[in-house]
Design a protein around this ligand. Structure first.
Ligand SMILES: [Zn+2]
Length: 446
């Protein structure tokens, strides 16, 4: 599950209960450790997994009402406190209960003037890192559990990065020695589209524990490769910085630009000055190597003028347009966007002088971050999985369905889809594959 999905539930509950005031409210004061039962821990983990607080209240009430468990749980203060929560105060009650036994991260929350409010809460990346350091969990940010190995990995990472992006501004900012303890990171922005959208901005180390595939490779291959940051619970691999409900930013684009400026300024200070470490003469730094997100966020964040929304509508000429891609001239005059061959004309325009300004003015917050002057738009990277799930992957699957449909007997399309679904479910159960799509449906291929 993506970080945004979990954070969405926690934050939406928190923010709504406090009428937009709350992002980790109460995280700022570490409480002394109290007695903490395993039940309290498992309840806290449930919240982190996205279980709604209201459901916790019901579970707590059920446990306390159950004669068989009451003997063990009678004096469980956390359970009793959570059970007191009603439908409107469930989240507040649950967080207060976790707070009382030190089950919340002691994270400092900053407040700044964003949108209509003077005290909008957000988490500085530097404060997040201080918290990791204090809790002795810097391994979540570093590419290895110990500092010495991390330095070797980071040294090699930046050597390879320089081979690829020799003119990158990072190399003017930091010396090779400083880069030995500089963690490459990405900024990530995404709009959770649930019933009520919420914008989340986070940052994440580029390097991590690898992927489910990479850890099956021979040790020598793994050692040579750089581990991507995919494995592990998303709360430990993506670090939240800013969240806003739709009503905060929908009519006011300045909100997101301001939030991104604050984040970029903090990351810039983090890169230039670093955070001192107890057991190292070098401070710990981070450096942004790219900005990624779903397409609507990228357009907003980079004030892009060439993007998918510029694609010609039905009935319009696909030959002339303003361009659909911030990296190349696809969709511009003379560069048809629908060419899919190896020799598509737009391919050669990627990184060309003519393609270098997919904006009227570079967003000021992006200008704060070092980049490659020869290909500045490449700071913005599309989210590969978004593209695949909602684009190529979806088209590929629907084409496959059409080809397979005649194999599922007589009858109408709906009936054949029902048979295909039955066959798919049987296959997943036999192969022990998690059933990601419960039903294969006709509308998916429309
Ligand atoms: Zn392109």
């Amino acid at each position: 599950m993506l970080a945004k999905e979990i954070s969405y539930k926690i934050l939406a509950a928190e923010i709504k209960k406090n009428k937009g005031k709350c992002l980790g409210e109460g995280f700022s004061t570490p409480k002394p450790k109290g007695s903490c039962s395993s039940t309290a821990r498992s309840f806290a983990k449930s919240i982190a997994r996205g279980v709604p607080a209201v459901q916790l209240v019901e579970t707590a009430k059920a446990i306390l009402a159950d004669d068989a468990t009451l003997g063990i749980q009678r004096n469980n203060k956390v359970l009793k406190r959570i059970a007191k929560g009603g439908p409107t105060h469930a989240a507040r009650q649950a967080f207060a209960a976790f707070d009382s036994v030190n089950l919340r991260a002691p994270m400092r929350v900053s407040r700044d003037s964003i949108g209509q409010r003077d005290d909008y809460p957000w988490i500085r990346p530097q404060d997040f890192t201080f918290c990791l350091q204090r809790e002795k969990r810097l391994d979540l940010l570093l590419p290895a559990a110990d500092l010495q190995t991390s330095r070797l990995i980071l040294q090699e990472y930046w050597r390879r990065f320089k081979n690829q992006y020799d003119d990158h501004g990072i190399f003017q900012e930091l010396t090779p020695q400083e880069l030995q303890l500089t963690v490459p990171i990405k900024i990530h922005g995404d709009e959770g589209k649930k019933k009520s959208p919420i914008m989340l901005m986070s940052w994440q180390p580029v390097l991590g524990s690898g992927t489910s595939r990479s850890i099956t490779l021979p040790a020598a291959v793994q050692k040579e490769a750089m581990n991507m940051n995919f494995l592990g619970h998303c709360e430990t691999t993506r670090f939240l910085s800013f969240a806003a409900l739709k009503e905060t930013y929908w009519d006011n684009p300045g909100v997101l630009q301001k939030a991104m400026t604050l984040i970029a300024e903090d990351l810039l200070a983090f890169m230039r000055k670093g955070i001192p470490l107890e057991d190292s003469n070098l401070p710990l730094r981070v450096a942004v190597v790219s900005i990624k997100g779903d397409w609507p966020w990228l357009i907003e964040a980079g004030a892009l003028t060439r993007h998918f929304r510029r694609a010609p509508k039905k009935g319009e000429s696909a030959m002339v347009g303003e361009g659909i891609c911030h990296l190349c001239l696809a969709g511009c005059d003379g560069y048809p966007m629908h060419e899919v061959g190896d020799a598509a004309k737009f391919l050669a325009t990627m990184g060309s002088a003519a393609s270098l300004c997919p904006w009227n003015t570079l967003a000021p917050w992006v200008d704060l971050l070092p980049a490659s002057p020869s290909f500045h738009p490449y700071m913005f990277r599309p989210d590969l999985w978004h593209n695949f799930h909602l684009g190529q992957g979806r088209y590929w699957l629907s084409s496959a369905f059409v080809v397979l449909l005649p194999l599922f007997g007589d009858g109408g399309v709906e009936v054949r889809f029902q048979r295909m679904t039955a066959s798919w479910r049987e296959y997943c159960s036999r192969k022990r594959i998690r059933l990601l799509a419960i039903r294969l449906q006709y509308f998916v291929i429309c």
